[in-house]
Design a protein around this ligand. Structure first.
Ligand code: FAD
Length: 131
């Protein structure tokens, strides 16, 4: 960032995030400022603005990052990547870059390529519009 100001991000994940989500944004910000003050004494006075958002409490998201359980990559992932009839799935959770836009794009590309391959199959018998 140009200039003398900057942005600091605080992340809380997993079980602790559920607890933090029950607090108000102002309470969460206050806790962050207290932690920051311990690490960088005096920095609280330099803080210009703060925002806090609990993705777990967002009804359309219901979570932020996914942490896979053991076995997900080897057992669940190959199955989840399979289309269900005419339905093709895409999302960062279907890639190896879970939790990143790169993974979402990679997954979308795979789904579109699979659809195109089906659509362009030589005899057209796999054309999804005929299913
Ligand atoms: C706080 C935060 C910070 C992040 N920072 C970064 C970063 O710095 N760099 C990075 O690469 N990635 C970052 N990510 C991750 C990145 O946002 C995701 O990897 C990416 O958005 C996933 O894209 P997606 O298309 O798989 O899913 P999403 O972007 O989650 O899209 C899914 C969409 O489906 C909608 N939806 C859900 N259920 C329904 C339903 N039943 N009907 C209709 N619509 C529905 C949702 O509202 C949403 O719009 C961050 C994520 C969070 C939460």
């Amino acid at each position: 960032m140009p200039g003398k100001t900057g942005i600091l991000s605080f992340w809380v994940g997993g079980e602790p995030a559920r607890k933090w989500a029950t607090r108000s944004p102002q309470e969460r910000i206050e806790t962050c400022l207290q932690v920051m003050e311990v690490m960088y004494p005096g920095c609280r006075a330099d803080s210009l603005h703060a925002e806090s958002y609990a993705w777990g409490a967002d009804p359309f998201a219901q979570h932020a990052y996914i942490y896979h359980a053991p076995g997900y990559l080897t057992q669940a992932l190959p199955l989840l990547r399979e289309p269900e009839g005419r339905l093709y799935f895409a999302g960062d959770y279907l890639s190896l870059f879970v939790g990143y836009m790169e993974g979402a794009l990679e997954s979308a590309e795979n789904a579109v390529n699979a659809l195109l391959a089906r659509y362009n199959s030589p005899d057209g018998s796999a054309n999804p519009s005929r299913d």
